[in-house]
Design a protein around this ligand. Structure first.
Ligand SMILES: Nc1ncnc2c1ncn2[C@@H]1O[C@H](COP(=O)(O)OP(=O)(O)OP(=O)(O)O)[C@@H](O)[C@H]1O
Ligand SMILES: [Mg+2]
Length: 212
């Protein structure tokens, strides 16, 4: 399957989600490739740090920019899972990946400026579905308050249920220092002893990636 992590907004946790899902799958012996289409190279640099530290399992990561549709189709025939970090903003990478992906995850914060970008994402998905009717898209609440009672989170969840082209993921990724620390150390949160962050990534994977 091809899973693309994309958003119209920058800094919402796309790379964090993409690379943590990749590590989780690799730890579970899934044959995956991580495709970094962002010239910021967040995922590629993460994998470089991981390799330099000699951490196993190694994550297979490639960098591609421009129209990535053919590359992704080809990788899909060779690997169980292809995870694409579509980078910041609406881009050719994001749009071309959306024409071949089975799944698009759209991380978003719960704040007003984050949520305001979601109608545009909804329109991009609508267009992608003309070419790719099998595309399923889900908003993922990301960097949410660790306090589950905070009303901003529940209000955002209510709003995110309303879009025509995307559902809302059940799993919520909360704002936790461990995501930053782990990324800096070249490890996934599933490789730390932080139970809550580990559970979030495991639940996200369970929700979307059927490995049977
Ligand atoms: N759940 C989280 N908890 C705490 N910090 C987080 C979380 N997710 C991401 N971050 C931090 O927020 C910053 C932005 O995250 P990330 O790079 O994943 O976002 P992005 O959407 O890929 O950004 P860009 O648009 O620049 O590619 C990073 O410093 C990252 O460590
Ligand atoms: Mg990024």
């Amino acid at each position: 399957m091809i899973l693309v992590v994309a958003a119209e907004k920058g800094g919402v946790g796309k790379s964090t989600i993409a690379l943590n899902l990749a590590v989780h799958l690799a730890v579970n012996d899934v044959d995956l490739v991580l495709v970094d289409t962002d010239t910021q190279r967040t995922c590629a640099q993460f994998v470089d740090r991981r390799d330099e530290a000699g951490i196993k399992p190694r994550i297979h990561c490639i960098q591609r920019t421009g129209n990535v549709a053919n590359t992704l189709r080809d990788l899909d025939t060779k690997h169980q899972v292809v995870i694409v970090d579509a980078g910041g903003r609406d881009s050719i990478e994001m749009r071309s990946a959306a024409t071949v992906a089975q799944l698009m995850l759209v991380p978003t914060g719960a704040s007003q400026p984050d949520l305001e970008t979601m109608p545009r994402v909804n329109e991009i998905i609508k267009t992608a579905k003309v070419y790719n009717p099998n595309l399923q898209a889900f908003a993922v609440l990301s960097m949410a308050s660790p306090n589950p009672l905070v009303s901003e989170t529940t209000e955002a969840q209510d709003l995110l249920q309303e879009f025509s082209e995307m559902h809302l993921a059940d799993t919520v990724i909360r704002s936790r220092q461990i995501y930053k620390r782990a990324m800096a150390d070249g490890i996934g949160v599933v490789e730390t002893d932080h139970g809550q962050a580990k559970a979030e990534i495991q639940l996200l994977a369970q929700e979307f990636i059927d490995l049977e």
